[in-house]
Design a protein. Sequence first.
Length: 77
Amino acid sequence: MSAAEERPTEELIAQATANLAEDVDALSEKLDVKAHARDAVADVRARATDERARRIAGLLAVGAVATVGALLWRRRS
């Protein structure tokens, strides 16, 4: 084999190696159960926090309306 023939073969091997490495990384990421579990827990916590914040905001709004109503009622009396 001449040097000209070896070069494309080496490039093909390098490209195949890079493709194989990408495939292995993608499969490793898909099979990482711990990471998927952590992501799921983080999503659930975020949703729970959002719901709790909305509930608290709603309660504060009701409390503010009740306070203003009580003050207005007291003023009229």
